[in-house]
Design a protein around this ligand. Sequence first.
Ligand code: GDP
Length: 280
Amino acid sequence: MSNATIIDEKVLNECLNEITRALLQSDVQFKLVRDMQTNIKKIVNLDDLAAGHNKRKIIQQAIFNELCKMLDPGKPSFTPKKAKTSVVMFVGLQGSGKTTTCTKYAYYHQKKGWKPALVCADTFRAGAFDQLKQNATKAKIPFYGSYMESDPVKIAVEGVERFKKENCDLIIVDTSGRHKQEAALFEEMRQVSEATRPDLVIFVMDSSIGQAAFDQAQAFRQSVAVGAVIVTKMDGHAKGGGALSAVAATKSPVIFIGTGEHMDEFEVFDVKPFVSRLLG
Ligand code: GDP
């Protein structure tokens, strides 16, 4: 090994250590950071780093690309088609921003000429239907729910049936959340999914949940066929490193991010600015 290579190795390790610190602070899971390091060491060929080039820059670029790759599960999520009925079911823990995100998703599509509708199959949280009703009314989106019926499966099925008859092309089903991962929640979700046969299940994740992201996403994935992820509260101070965990655990892409409490504070996920932010 030449002297130059030894110096380059030092630069590489320094770079990796710096970036590792930033990623851990951004809540990227330790295991994923380690995987990234291993891959970078394989990709960056120190002997090939031509003299005179800015080595730090080359290494940083390689890390950036690797993180982008880690956010790409390799297959796109199911994409609903306008004027063709799709059922999209939302799942996530209570407080993750699920109900808010359902409306944002509906509103986003409505502005593009779709005919969305919202179904509130959350009979667990008092006030869930009122919240959805309020949001839907504000956005002029048809909604379905019940104050009396306590069976979420029944409501979900009735709502989906009704909006299919009304030729809505995007039927969004909001399900119950819980404060923590509980068997009863997952069983209920599984039943709603089985009864409504959604074309897409979206897992909603709060960007501030930190290192808990992997286990949480995996637990949801084990009960229902999660096909896409939405990360909320990206307007806060959390950098959203848990998104890498959610992608790894669900093998699904992030499709949107939530950037505020308002209906239009919602953006299509764009990997490059997201990774830039993770790196600090
Ligand atoms: P659910 O229990 O998962 O249905 O969560 P909610 O939709 O009721 O949201 C919980 C809280 O998070 C509410 O106060 C929302 O206004 C807020 N919230 C949701 N998404 C975002 C977001 O992207 N940014 C911010 N700042 N707040 C959000």
